[in-house]
Design a binder for this molecule. Structure first.
Ligand code: GLY
Length: 287
């Protein structure tokens, strides 16, 4: 049984060997959190938000509380959630002072007439979200990293529910030593993530280069054109490396629950659950 399913990545990058098991531990937990939501009749979006929120809150991955600081030492976060069944998305860029941008991204998608907010004014939308009780604040005013600098890049997941609806996420603190105000691929529809009614993808890596080739959308297109999902993931990465010479990784899942992944970085921890919780498998996806 392939559905419902979840595939999670903890970021492609130059993981220190001793950090890889830690990354795997947290994404396994995140996959379980998301899958349990699905099993309790949650939607693909509910599960994708819960899974990503866990990764943002764990403090050990490059997102939310554990994000890499910018050059000012501030956690400046980007995130996106995509609903493949409606082709809707919500994005937030360069937001500070919050821990869970993924919930704000979903609020933007579901409760505003817009798709993308950035910077100080995105925080005003966040405050409105809390005031309205859409989500409760978990921890505010987060400005300093709480853990050792993460080894990986952006986190993300893909969820396919039992009806074949696909949700995709991405969430990040961005690249090392980024200039304040810089926004990467993660909140950019089609670049950092993408999903439609056929397939979804979520990317991780050097955002400036991922945006140049619209990596997630291109990889989904390969599946729409008939490629096997794993082959499409590898073709996406080959295309990315050939055109940019840069490093990235991608996870892919189609509406039937077939999955794929590929990276040209040292490692990209991934975890997958299909059908039942005890099918969980994980590995470092070494290059
Ligand atoms: N992929 C994350 C970033 O470039 O910000």
């Amino acid at each position: 049984m392939k559905l419902p399913m979840i595939i999670v990545h903890g970021g492609a990058g130059s993981w220190k060997d001793e950090r890889i098991p830690v990354g795997i531990e947290y994404i396994e937990k995140a996959a379980r959190v998301g899958f349990k939501v699905l099993k309790n009749s949650g939607s693909a979006l509910d599960a994708a938000e819960a899974c990503t929120l866990f990764m943002e809150s764990c403090g050990s991955l490059n997102a939310g509380k554990g994000a890499r600081p910018n050059q000012d030492g501030v956690l400046e976060l980007d995130a996106m959630i995509v609903d493949g069944s409606s082709l809707q998305f919500g994005s937030v860029g360069a937001i500070t002072g919050i821990q869970n941008p993924i919930s704000l991204a979903r609020y933007i998608m579901e409760k505003t007439d817009y798709n993308f907010f950035a910077g100080e004014n995105a925080k005003r939308v966040y405050d409105r979200m809390i005031e309205e009780g859409y989500r409760q604040e978990i921890e505010s005013g987060v400005v300093e990293t709480v853990n050792i600098s993460p080894s990986g890049d952006t986190v993300g997941c893909l969820v396919v529910d039992s009806d074949g609806n696909i949700a995709a996420t991405s969430s990040t603190g961005g690249i090392p030593k980024k200039l304040p105000g810089r926004v990467g691929d993660s909140p950019v529809m089609g670049a950092g993530a993408y999903a439609n009614d056929v397939c979804g993808a979520s990317a991780t890596g050097w955002g400036e280069h991922i945006m140049r080739v619209v990596l997630s959308r291109m990889t989904v297109l390969y599946v729409e054109e008939g490629l096997d999902v794993m082959v499409a993931a590898k073709k996406g990465m080959d295309m990315f490396e050939k055109k940019t010479g840069s490093e990235a990784g991608i996870i892919v899942a189609d509406k039937s629950g077939n999955h794929g992944y590929a990276t040209n970085a040292k490692a990209m921890p991934i975890a997958i659950i299909k059908g039942e919780l005890d099918t969980l498998e994980s590995h470092a996806c070494l290059e």
